[in-house]
Design a protein around this ligand. Structure first.
Ligand code: PLP
Length: 461
């Protein structure tokens, strides 16, 4: 075994993959059967040399790897990985630190302390807010909403830590009827049922209507109340008005949460920040780093204005873990996990690599490319842009006379573009209409990539 030579060889294979993103088939060419066939072996009775295992792995997964890390993947909301973020991710695995408590990795604790401060500053959130590093925005929403639930119940006189959830007064959650699925999942995980969720009708862009919200607040007045708002609707990119909502619930003892999985990063741009007026009046914010911040999976961030409320996430600590203090951070206090990956090294590297201006430039470039995409679409007679392109998301309707089944038409166009292999667009249903869905989210996407995607779309239609 020559560990150094093996690591160099893996670095070369990684570089081969990164170079292949320029031309690799974007969906992968494998089928479920061919991938299983390639990887399936009788369970090995004895082991194999590491270099052999890795060589086989690289070869066996090849046809099933998508080009989602590359510049022409416009599906879901998908970021890539910048050079410093990727390299720091390798080192994070190499160092194999447990970011549970200070004692298990002082370096990871220091990185979390610094990155927490930087992120709060970068997003313009209240100084002193607490930050947890989690796996993704699902867990960020879960963490924030759990602390929200604990808080509104405590204000209603219910000692949750002592009495548990059974028998507690019901918590009412107000959110738009376009809320993200992970908010619903988070609510289910924290014991809020569908009868306790008041879905407020939304406008054409998916923002809850303020007059309907006002009525709902009036009807629920006095009850433990959580409002879950969106910064960046997953289809349209639209923002809900945090400041105006905060005004409406001023008299209630309500908690305001903002799901800003990708949209929260608009705060780094002075131009886009107009969508986020009153953002600092919320109590909690959830976002992703593995989407628009372009670090490798998995990396989400939860932020709470009041660290005391954040601490209601967990019970007592292990006796052997030492004592947390201002300069000895325990990462697991702020996240649902206990033993944890030291995710902050990657964020630290990424934020140093880009700086404030680099993050801003990346976010603004993606928005400008999304507008360019929409502009290109508007010149094609059979295509209509369905949303106001305020961020990085574009929804496109296809109108081909004679095609009765609109859903099948959109699916067919998306699937033909995908199987050409150059770019990936998805489909969705927006306000009852089928649409193609484009999300520009990768740090390396260029105007040429947008032209390529537009070309594929025009040809296919
Ligand atoms: C992606 C997304 C989430 C969930 O994030 P994960 O990183 O997949 O857990 C939540 N809310 C919105 C608006 C999203 O776009």
């Amino acid at each position: 075994m020559n560990r150094r030579a093996d690591l160099h060889s893996v670095a070369d294979q990684a570089a081969d993959f990164l170079e292949s993103l320029a031309h690799r088939h974007i969906t992968g060419t494998g089928t479920p059967e061919s991938l299983l066939r390639a990887m399936d072996r009788p369970f090995p009775e004895s082991g194999s040399p590491a270099s052999q295992v890795i060589r086989d792995l690289v070869a066996d997964v090849e046809e099933g790897l998508t080009g989602s890390a590359g510049p022409r993947y416009f599906g879901f909301v998908t970021g890539g990985a910048t050079p410093a973020g990727l390299m720091a991710d390798w080192l994070t695995s190499t160092w194999d630190q447990n970011a549970q408590v200070y004692a298990t990795s002082p370096a990871a604790a220091a990185a979390e302390t610094i990155v927490a401060r930087w992120i709060v500053e970068l997003l313009g959130l209240p100084a002193g807010s607490s930050v947890g590093f989690v796996t993704g925005c699902q867990m960020a929403n879960f963490t924030a909403l759990l602390c929200a639930r604990n808080t509104v119940l405590e204000r209603a006189g219910w000692d949750l830590a002592k009495n548990g959830l059974f028998g507690a007064p019901p918590v009412t959650v107000l959110m738009s009827d376009c809320g993200h699925g992970t908010v619903h999942s988070a609510l289910r995980m924290i014991g809020v049922g569908s009868d306790q969720i008041l879905e407020i009708p939304s406008d054409s862009e998916g923002r809850l209507k303020l007059d309907a919200l006002e009525d709902a607040i009036h009807n629920a007045s006095g009850r433990p109340m959580i409002l879950s708002l969106q910064a960046g609707n997953v289809n349209t990119g639209a923002f809900e008005p945090v400041g105006a909502v905060a005004d409406l619930v001023k008299k209630e003892n309500a908690w305001i949460h903002v799901d800003g999985a990708f949209g929260l990063w608009a705060a780094v741009s002075p131009d886009l920040a107009r969508h986020l007026v009153g953002l600092d009046r919320a109590d909690s914010w959830a976002t992703d780093a593995h989407k628009w911040l372009n670090v490798p999976y998995d990396s989400g961030i939860v932020i709470l204005k009041d660290p005391k409320r954040h601490r209601t996430l967990k019970t007592s600590r292990c006796d052997y873990a030492g004592v947390e203090s201002a300069d000895r951070r325990d990462g697991s206090t702020w996240s649902p996990e206990n033993s944890r990956r030291a995710r902050a090294f990657v964020l630290y590297a990424l934020l140093r690599e880009l700086g404030r201006s680099g993050v801003r430039e990346m976010v603004e470039r993606c928005c400008s490319l999304a507008r360019k995409f929409a502009e290109g679409v508007s010149h094609v007679e059979q295509l209509t842009v369905l949303n106001e392109v305020v961020l990085n998301q574009v929804l496109i309707a296809i109108n081909l006379p004679g095609h009765g089944d609109k859903v099948a038409l959109h699916d067919e166009v998306a699937s033909r573009i995908q199987s050409e292999g150059r770019c990936w667009l998805g489909t969705t249903t927006w306000k009852g209409r089928p649409a193609l869905r484009v999300s520009v989210c990768n740090w390396s996407t260029t105007e040429e990539d947008i032209e390529t995607a537009l070309g594929a779309l025009r040809r296919t239609v």
